[in-house]
Design a protein around this ligand. Structure first.
Ligand code: URA
Length: 237
């Protein structure tokens, strides 16, 4: 009999990330064998225990990993309170999936969706320093001095952030740049440029964890087991 932590079990069942699952536990929404489980260290025997969330039985599910080339005008969430189209609405799946991290409403490009909370945590954990490559259109040309500042580091809301690489698409037009970030704070790219007085006019995520958008904007495909294990192998340690 293998016992697993309750928050991991919830995330394995595709309920949410481990962190979010802990919130559900503390809110008293989870029970094991008809007893409300408020203890974050509680363990579950997946074959014999009955776990309920909000009174409904949950099951371990097959793991699903999707690459979406996100179009503009779609929110990165599972449900939108303003009833706008969400990234999940674009994908035909019987399984409940959620986006890994977020892209802004008008940002395009690589977005991974999954029901594997552990994989989602892996990709978004700051310590993993997973690279995100963005193509950026600025409102004006980037100066050499500012390019250097972006790579040395800039304080955003009191926390230093930096790009590990800034390249220019065209030596003659420094409005178009490609940057690589290794963190995923909300609006990170816009805030980095915004701190230096630039406006980001268009943003496309070209790759995430080495996975590139090899499909048209708005299309999606299932990521293979090899692609997933490749990511874990590359960024696992
Ligand atoms: N940084 C941003 O500012 N927006 C995004 O959508 C992604 C990264």
């Amino acid at each position: 009999m293998t016992l697993i932590r309750l928050n991991k079990y919830l995330s394995d069942c595709g309920i949410s990330s481990r962190r979010k699952s802990e919130e559900y536990i503390l809110q008293g929404r989870v029970s094991i064998n008809n007893k409300v489980a408020l203890d974050l260290s509680a363990k579950v025997d997946p074959t014999n225990d009955i776990v309920l969330l909000d009174g409904e039985k949950i099951f371990q599910k097959r793991k699903l990993y999707i690459l979406l080339n996100k179009p503009k005008g779609v929110v990165t969430t599972t449900i939108d309170e303003k009833n706008r189209k969400t990234v999940v609405d674009l994908i035909k799946s019987r399984d409940k999936i959620f986006p890994v991290g977020r892209l802004d409403y008008n940002t395009t490009g690589v977005l991974i969706l999954t029901n594997d909370g552990e994989f989602s945590n892996f990709l978004t954990h700051p310590v993993k320093r997973i690279p995100r490559e963005y193509e950026v259109k600025l409102d004006r040309t980037l100066t050499g001095e500012d390019k250097e500042k972006l790579c040395k580091g800039i304080y955003i809301k009191g926390v230093k952030g930096k790009f590990i690489k800034v390249t220019l698409h065209d030596k003659k037009n420094w409005k178009f740049v490609t940057v690589i970030a290794i963190e995923g704070r909300n609006h990170f790219v816009k805030n980095m440029f915004g701190a230096l007085g630039y406006t980001v006019e268009a943003l496309n995520r070209k790759s995430f964890a080495g996975i590139t958008a090899d499909i048209p904007v708005g299309a999606y495909r299932v990521l293979s087991k090899d692609e997933i294990s490749g990511v874990i192998k590359t960024y696992g340690k």
